[in-house]
Design a binder for this molecule. Structure first.
Ligand SMILES: C[S@@+](CC[C@H](N)C(=O)[O-])C[C@H]1O[C@@H](n2cnc3c(N)ncnc32)[C@H](O)[C@@H]1O
Length: 384
């Protein structure tokens, strides 16, 4: 899959030194754990170690000068359609709030705030919860013109909000455990230090992981075969329960590349979905340039929906990004633009909507409390 590792561009000397410091941290933790570290802990360290991890250090990350692009970076029309959907959801909510999780460069917030400014019926408060200090700083610069209307939170709001929680490409960045089936047993895959380089290694059986994979197999209706390898996010139910408890009335909209459980854990997909991005090259070796490349895994939307239901939310829509954008009015929004912007935006929305690009790989899951609202376009809820 993706590019060959040896064709990746070399990092600058400063970036390589930063990566080496992070690798030393990981090595120390491997050694403190008897020579093996679980993959989810490795992922947490390389993405979020303060000052060193991919999301915590100062690299560009998103956009054409970074490692990958996201939908809001490609076109403001993505944010405009999302704002229209949120507008419908908060139409009956008094003093609504939009809470964006993991706001990246702040581009989605800018697009959505501009869309709300263009209408005079609703002016939601905008809150951002961003664990990366580096990205938070960039968001504050990008959104400076909005003053107090945008607030950054340190944690989920204790008193809860009335409104909509948005998470675009956040779930894929949550650490995932990697497992392999060995006959009837489930073993965690993780990392060992192989004379200074990191390598995959099986670890000792872990009761929490075995139980989670057992529950997954029950839902799939059959055990996964010997040698099957994939990922599972053990902390996902608690993460979604936390978000649900911060929502008094309103919706959670999660957009990401992902699948239903049956598609995710197909027998043919026996190597999992881990993906690394370094300067717009995709590959599957998470041990290259620790801290300098993005690391993610696809989202199991059935697991998200189950966690939402367990936390008292109602699942009120599951659709593809293409369906959502098409029926949400992206084509008429495009028609309203003047040349040459229209042609540039038309190319961007092709990437957002074509099946071989982001159109079908990306899905939107809507979950609500105390609100009834359906997503535009075809609804695939019955597949979850
Ligand atoms: C792939 S980027 C997506 C950024 C942005 N939403 C976009 O679409 O351009 C992932 C974002 O999620 C943030 N993030 C990671 N873990 C998070 C968590 N537990 N809660 C909120 N945000 C998180 C990262 O810091 C980063 O801003």
């Amino acid at each position: 899959m993706g590019d060959r590792i040896d064709s990746l561009p070399s990092p600058s000397a400063d970036a390589a030194a930063l990566s080496e410091r992070l690798a030393a941290r990981v090595r120390a933790e491997i050694s403190a754990h008897g020579g093996w570290l679980s993959f989810d802990r490795y992922m947490e360290l390389v993405l979020y170690s303060p000052g060193l991890g991919y999301y915590s250090a100062g690299s560009v990350k998103l956009g054409s000068a970074g490692d990958f692009v996201t939908a809001p970076e490609l076109s403001d029309l993505f944010g405009h359609v999302l704002a229209a959907e949120i507008g419908r959801r908060i139409a009956t909510v008094e003093q609504p709030t939009i809470l964006e999780l993991g706001a990246g460069t702040g581009r989605l917030a800018r697009s959505m705030l501009a869309a709300f400014d263009a209408r005079d019926d609703v002016a939601p408060t905008y809150q951002i919860l961003e664990p990366s200090g580096d990205l938070r700083q960039r968001q504050q610069q990008a959104l400076a013109e909005y003053g107090d209307r945008v607030q950054w939170l340190e944690q989920l709001p204790g008193g809860g909000i009335d409104g909509v929680v948005v998470a675009n490409e956040v779930v894929d960045a949550l650490p995932a455990a990697v497992f392999v089936k060995r006959r009837d047993a489930v073993l965690p895959l993780g990392v060992r230090d192989d004379n200074g380089t990191f390598a995959w290694a099986e670890g000792p059986s872990d009761a929490r992981l075995s139980e989670a994979v057992g529950a997954l197999e029950q839902r799939l209706g059959a055990p996964l075969p010997d040698g099957y390898r994939s990922e599972i996010r053990l902390q996902l139910p608690a993460w979604i329960a936390g978000i649900a408890s911060a929502l008094n009335r309103g919706s959670v909209l999660a957009i990401d590349y992902g699948m239903t459980r049956h598609d995710y854990y197909r027998i043919e997909r026996s190597g999992g979905t881990l993906m690394c991005h370094y300067r717009h090259r995709a590959h599957d070796d998470p041990f290259v340039y620790p801290g300098l490349q993005d690391l993610s895994a696809w989202v199991d939307f059935s697991a998200c929906a189950d966690a939402g239901t367990m936390a008292g939310l109602m699942i009120d829509g599951f659709t593809t990004q293409a369906q959502f954008l098409l029926h949400g009015g992206i084509v008429s929004a495009l028609a309203g633009l003047d040349e040459p912007v229209r042609t540039t935006q038309a190319n961007a929305i092709k990437r957002l909507m074509l099946p071989g690009e982001m159109g079908e790989r990306f899905k939107l899951l809507a979950m609500s409390r105390g609100l009834e609202c359906e997503l535009p376009g075809r609804d695939f809820r019955d597949r979850l």
